[in-house]
Write a protein that binds this ligand. Structure first.
Ligand code: CUA
Length: 319
């Protein structure tokens, strides 16, 4: 079983122009703070030693008021804060430019749910979940909303973080310089499943990304084995299709409650990042979702082992 979290998502490891701007602001602020820390600590230690109690009687000489000192300790912090304020404004402008830097932007609608992410590609009609594919080296415009409570989209290596607010779409840009997998998570406490509302961004070369989009636009393959055919019948006949879409299943699902499962085998993880996507893990997940992700809205349907096998065969069917 491969490890889903072998790398660390850190703002100190920027992989995009936006994240580099944020990293730069972090380091400048960090080093200014370090200088202040060393100065204050040294000054305190010096005074503790220099003016320690040497056994004399009574209070030492008391000093009141020093105009030069008071002006200095007001002016210096003001200058530092003004500098950081201007720098922060510059960073904010750089990570959220008013105009998209590309004339041919990639658009993705990101819709947050308790506790998973829906990704829709309006230009191609592709819908996926929890794993966001983007072309490397291109700025991607994300429109962010939520269907329930406030969530927060954050992939630290690729850009800023932003709240997903119900009824109030926000837009932001992310970019990955190079192909690779970049980890992120929901960064706003949103209920029981908050810790397992992970994001995987899969940045691909332009041609790999196009192939991925083309494959995603196709329907789920028709069943080839008896188990797959039984699984399809169960998917449509049980309540699965009331919450999940599988294009090609024939079921006309209602509103989107759970992730689109049309191309589930392509994903690396299940349940928004809890477990690697393997047939056995999918079987365990369907059998008892709450034992894997406490609080998950997916119900336990108390399926028989044969039903579980059939559903897994159908959903994990390779194209
Ligand atoms: Cu969604 Cu925290």
């Amino acid at each position: 079983m491969h490890n889903l979290y072998s790398s660390v998502a850190s703002v100190l490891n920027p992989a995009s122009p936006y994240a580099r701007e944020i990293g730069r602001l972090f380091w400048i602020t960090f080093w200014i703070s370090m200088v202040i820390l060393v100065f204050v600590a040294t000054f305190v230690i010096f005074n503790m030693i220099r003016y320690r109690d040497r056994g004399q009687d009574g209070l030492p000489p008391q000093t009141h008021g020093n105009t030069l000192l008071e002006v200095t300790w007001t002016a210096v912090p003001l200058a530092i804060l003004t500098f950081l304020f201007v720098l922060t404004m510059q960073t904010m402008a750089a990570v959220s430019p008013p105009q998209h830097p590309s004339s041919d932007p990639v658009h993705v609608d990101v819709i947050a749910h308790q506790w998973w992410w829906e990704f829709r590609y309006p230009d191609s009609g592709v819908v996926t979940a929890n794993e966001l594919h983007i072309p490397a080296g291109k700025s991607v415009q994300i429109q962010l909303t939520s269907v329930d409570v406030i969530h927060d989209f954050w992939v630290p290596e690729l850009g800023r973080k932003m709240d997903a607010v119900p009824g109030h779409p926000n837009t932001m840009l992310i970019q990955a310089d190079d192909p690779g997998v970049y980890l992120g998570a929901c960064a706003e406490y949103c209920g029981a499943g908050h810790a397992w509302m992970r994001i995987r961004v899969v940045a691909q070369t332009a041609s790999d990304y196009q192939s991925w989009l083309t494959a995603q636009a196709k329907p789920h393959p028709a069943p080839r084995t008896l188990a797959e055919a039984n699984g399809k019948a169960l998917f449509v006949g049980l309540t699965c299709s009331s919450c999940h879409v599988v294009n090609g299943s024939g079921a006309t699902g209602g509103q989107v409650v759970g992730p689109d499962l049309t191309h589930l085998p392509d994903r690396q993880s299940l349940a928004a990042g809890v477990i690697p996507n393997t047939p056995q893990n999918l079987r365990d997940w369907i059998a008892d979702p709450n034992s894997i992700k406490p609080g998950a809205h997916m119900p336990n349907l108390h399926l028989t082992p044969q039903q579980l096998d059939a559903l897994v065969a159908y959903l994990e069917e390779q194209p």
